[in-house]
Ligand binder design. Structure first.
Ligand code: D5M
Ligand code: FE
Ligand code: ZN
Length: 554
């Protein structure tokens, strides 16, 4: 086949089970005889290699005038005879496209959703599945599909808020003071324009009956004997008690408060000036009129999380249907794959977890995960953050994987960044966060505000509070750093989380919140607590419109 475009080169390599460094692809594309150069480079890379490197290609190109002139047997046989293990990633023929992965759960009219299994997919039971055999269809017909966007220069990618390698925390008391001060500064800045607030210290010396306003972190929430709410706020100068009367229209908003979140209140001091009667309450929030950024061309991102390779419940078949689908023309606009944590099942994360492990060694789990990454087309950009099952510190923010793990997962040149991070894809700001705090939001808030069945609503609460994990000292472990990396300083256009293994999405003040399900069927623990995971779905986001469709592969 003619190999005039990078996309074709990548596809040709992928078809034979190889990935390639981007530079290697560029070098092959620029060679006088790309076909022969590719075949030679594959030969050089050898049977055990995952990928063809730029060094392989250079060696071929520099190997003297005859290096690419020597006759080469047909590429297919060359690769087959030198590849120790046949790839499990043979893409299906471009025509017809796979039907397994074709089911689409349409977005409900109310602009939010949870999965609706497609009727045509009757085998919707998620607990698959012995690994399915790789597709063995013939190589695709020449000229059917020219491949994914052949011009990678159209892509743009940027990461903000990555704290990998920036950790300064020592766990000392002073660190906690610093991180809360930073949280207060960043969030109070967003509220300052809305209320004419005074420091707690100044309010403490105001006279009874005065109007007052304060911005503070919620230090304590208590109900009084008569059913009113006493909310104690703290700023950098002290604390002040604020009373929300039960008959006020905003009293129900107190049910949605979490400790340590930042709010502003306005009200009147009691006659003895010891307490404030609250007249209004504000959160940093996302402006209702927020106009999200969109891409300038039709390009899509697949948003997934919680792969859990190494668990007996990892759904190999669904994953392979997904990655096979990515090789089809139907997925031609899917140029980005974002994975929001829990790549592997990990070891010792929960009691008795070892009884459900398929792979007991954490590094072997990452090796296997890398094998599965290899099935993703090499011409897609991948972005990954860690989750609570991954081999990085549990406390948030979690730095991106260390060098050793990056090395194991280097097969696909994925971008690895911290949890949380904001990645900007062609102008669209996607806040990626694994989502451990969602368990807490769901446990603490009323069911209408946040539940496992509607995980996106729990995400709305985080957007409103402009913080991915407000509450300190509960279930979510937080590590104090010089800065509070968990504050949403900028409004994201898309908020992508996982962790709770439930699929749900919707818009909050025009920001798309997506919780992306998982690739792990129900575990014994989940069965015991009635968690019914949404496994084997891939939400596909249009970056030019921020519309979303969900494809089902289980
Ligand atoms: O989290 C998957 C979901 O299940 C998340 O909502 C936490 C919950 N979960 C799973 N196992 C446990 C145990 N043993 N205790 C408490 N909560 C649990 P994941 O991060 O994938 O385990
Ligand atoms: Fe998970
Ligand atoms: Zn998790």
């Amino acid at each position: 086949m003619p190999l005039e475009t990078p996309a074709r080169i990548v596809r040709e390599l992928a078809r034979h089970g190889y990935n390639a460094e981007r530079e290697a692809v560029t070098l092959i594309a620029g060679a006088a005889d790309p076909g022969t150069t590719l075949a030679r480079a594959v030969e050089r890379a050898g049977p055990d290699a995952f990928r063809v490197t730029a060094a392989d290609v250079r060696a071929v190109l520099d190997g003297g005038p005859n290096a690419t002139d020597a006759p080469v047997s047909d590429l297919t046989s060359t690769v087959e005879s030198t590849t120790a293990e046949p790839s499990t990633a043979e893409p299906p023929a471009a025509e017809p496209t796979t039907t397994d992965g074709g089911a689409t759960a349409e977005r409900p009219a109310d602009d939010s959703g949870s999965p609706t299994p497609h009727p045509s997919n009757s085998s919707g039971k998620p607990n698959d599945e012995s690994p399915t055999e790789p597709e063995t269809t013939a190589p695709e017909t020449e000229g059917v599909w020219a491949g994914r966007n052949p011009d990678p220069s159209l892509r743009s990618f940027d990461v903000a808020n990555d704290m990998t390698g920036q950790s300064t925390g020592t766990g000392e008391y002073g660190d906690f003071v610093k991180v809360f001060k930073d949280r207060y500064e960043k969030l109070s800045r967003q509220l300052r324009g809305r209320v004419n607030h005074r420091p707690a210290e100044a309010i403490q010396s105001m006279s009874g009956g005065s109007d007052a306003a304060m911005v503070g972190l919620v230090n304590d929430i208590r109900s009084t004997a008569s059913g009113h709410w006493l909310v104690e706020l703290e700023d950098t100068t002290g604390t002040f008690p604020c009373l929300v009367m039960k008959d006020r229209e905003f009293a129900s908003a107190v049910d949605e408060l979490l400790l340590d979140e930042c709010i502003a209140v306005e009200g009147t001091l009691a006659d003895d000036a010891g307490i404030m009667f609250v007249d209004s309450m504000h959160s940093p929030d996302v402006p209702r009129t927020y106009k999200p950024n969109t891409a300038d061309r039709h390009v899509q991102a697949a948003l997934i999380s919680d792969v859990h390779v190494g668990s007996q419940e990892f759904m190999t078949g669904a994953w392979q249907r997904f990655t096979s689908w990515l090789h089809t023309e139907e997925a031609e606009h899917v140029e980005y794959l974002l994975i929001a944590g829990d790549m592997v099942e990990g070891v010792g994360v929960y009691p008795n977890q070892d009884e459900e492990l398929d792979i007991v060694d954490i590094y072997d789990q990452y090796e296997q995960f890398a094998e599965h990454l290899k099935e993703v087309p090499g011409d897609m950009e991948i972005v990954m953050i860690p989750g609570n099952h991954d081999a990085v510190r549990l406390a948030e923010p979690q730095p991106g994987f260390d060098e050793h793990l990056r090395d194991i997962m280097s097969v696909h040149d994925a971008h690895i960044t911290s949890n949380p991070s904001t990645v900007t894809l062609e102008g669209v700001k996607v806040l990626m966060y694994h989502g451990v705090s969602l368990d807490e939001v769901i446990a603490e808030l009323p069911a209408e505000s946040a539940s496992y069945d509607e995980p996106h609503k729990a995400m709305y609460q985080l957007l409103k509070k402009r913080h991915v994990a407000p509450q300190y000292g509960g279930h979510t472990r937080l590590a104090p750093e010089e800065k509070d990396y968990l504050v949403m300083e900028e409004v994201p256009d898309v908020f992508h989380t996982g962790h709770v293994h439930k699929l749900g999405w919707g818009k909050y003040h025009n920001v798309l919140a997506v919780n992306s399900g998982c690739w792990q069927a129900q575990t014994d623990f989940q069965k015991s607590v009635n968690i019914d995971p949404d496994a084997g779905y891939a939400p596909i986001l249009d970056l030019d419109t921020l519309d979303m469709t969900v494809r089902k592969f289980s």
